[in-house]
Design a protein around this ligand. Structure first.
Ligand SMILES: Cc1ncc(COP(=O)(O)O)c(C=O)c1O
Length: 401
């Protein structure tokens, strides 16, 4: 009997080694990794520059503590400030922690302005993590069920619906922030329209609300720019990050600027591990390597090719609702639950994921080559066709979702 707590439905495969976008299991079987540890392994597996830097750092100093100066944290914060366009960076260890920090910043911002019961506008189908505050901010009943009472102070609206936000603005004077994933990952690769994001920002500016852009999954170069809000052409006030930030070493960050600058004072927040030298070495090396290797441009080029290839091969098939996404964040929505695709893909030597029951999710490393991108399409298309040919489970229309 395993003593690991039974909180995950795991596939019966154990990866023992990786190189670039390739993984090998215990039996030596090779897989094309189109998931990158759920958008984590930015530089692929075993990137020589990251491995070398981490090895050196481990030999020098792993952890010291935030009671002391950490020069590598300063260096990492400079880089995060530069790419986000924001001013102050708090380092933590995961996405939910980055979002907890963002929620605390928003509440403190409200209290500082005399709002005693600050409320934050959040989106249907959102996922921000599994702590009590972040699961309460999220839009999944499945994630929340059994953990009530939920944390209060969130007002939920549908994605891409500015009128719904205007209605809340008209009736709720406690709102202090909007909290949004500009591309919902766990919710099924639901892309916020750029005009919608710009409209939302305008409403935030009009009411002095914070704009919080959860870029934990969609950010850090995956869409061809560092962050999705940069496609829309504005600066948010708060940007939570994690996943790809350390290319596999656990690290999160909450970057703030604009109206959120200076909200946290000494003593308002902290973390024992947050920003330690090992994690900061991973951040500095990941971001520098991304720049030096032109990985943002690569993400856009290969991502467009994969999405285009999948749309051409699958888009018109009965059973396929839509192929969508941006850069290397791609979803193929089917008209039926398709969790089985993960197992079928593994048998075909391909690692993908299914989210929101019926969306095949592709989130490769940013080092993926055009040839490897073509191979993702070549391996996935027959799997999807074979799955659909097995016949309908319960057909589901987009309108019924
Ligand atoms: C957009 C978003 N925010 C937050 C999280 C939570 O991150 P973590 O699992 O590191 O706590 C996730 C994880 O999937 C995410 O996709």
């Amino acid at each position: 009997m395993s003593h690991v707590m039974n909180t995950y439905a795991r596939q019966p495969v154990a990866f023992m080694r990786g190189q670039g976008v390739w993984l090998w299991d215990e039996a030596g079987r090779k897989y094309l990794d189109a998931l990158a540890g759920i958008a984590v392994n930015t530089l692929g597996h075993n990137h020589p520059r990251l491995v070398h830097a981490l090895n050196e750092q481990i030999g020098r100093l792993i952890h010291s503590s935030n009671l002391f100066q950490i020069p590598l944290q300063e260096a990492a914060a400079d880089r995060v400030a530069e790419i986000t366009g924001l001013d102050e960076v708090f380092f933590c260890n995961s996405g939910l922690e980055a979002n907890e920090a963002a929620i605390k910043v928003a509440r403190k911002y409200g209290h500082d302005r005399g709002v005693n019961e600050p409320a934050i506008i959040v989106m249907e189908k959102a996922f921000h993590g599994r702590s009590l505050a972040t699961l309460s901010a999220g839009g999944s009943r499945k994630v929340q069920a059994g953990f009530e009472p939920l944390v209060q102070g969130f007002v939920r609206v549908p994605l891409n619906d500015l009128d719904a936000v205007r209605q809340v603005a008209a009736h709720n004077k406690n709102v202090v922030a909007v909290f949004i994933e500009p591309i919902q990952g766990e919710g099924g690769i639901n892309v916020a329209r750029l005009e919608y994001l710009r409209g939302l920002k305008e409403i935030c500016d009009r009411h002095d609300w914070l704009f919080i852009s959860d870029e934990v999954q969609c950010g850090l170069g995956r869409t061809g720019k560092w962050f999705v809000y940069q496609h829309a052409g504005f600066q948010p006030d708060v940007v939570p990050l994690a996943k790809g930030l350390g290319s596999g070493v656990p690290v999160g960050a909450c970057a703030v600027g604009g109206r959120a600058r200076g909200v946290f004072k000494p003593g308002n927040h902290g973390s024992t591990f947050g920003g330690n030298p090992l994690a900061m070495c991973a951040v500095v090396t990941t971001l520098d390597t991304m720049k030096d290797e032109g990985l943002l441009a690569n993400a856009l080029k290969v991502g467009d090719a994969i999405r285009g290839g999948l749309a051409a091969a699958l888009g018109a098939l009965p059973g396929v609702i839509e192929v969508r996404g941006m850069g290397l964040m791609i979803g193929v929505e089917l008209d039926r639950p398709c969790g089985e695709i993960v197992t079928l893909a593994l048998a075909a030597g391909l690692v993908v994921n299914v989210t929101a029951d019926n969306v095949i999710r592709i989130l490769p490393s940013l080092v993926i080559s055009e040839t490897e991108g073509r191979e993702v399409v070549e391996r996935l298309v027959p799997v999807v066709k074979a799955f659909l040919a097995q016949g309908a489970a319960q057909p589901k229309t987009a309108a019924a979702r």
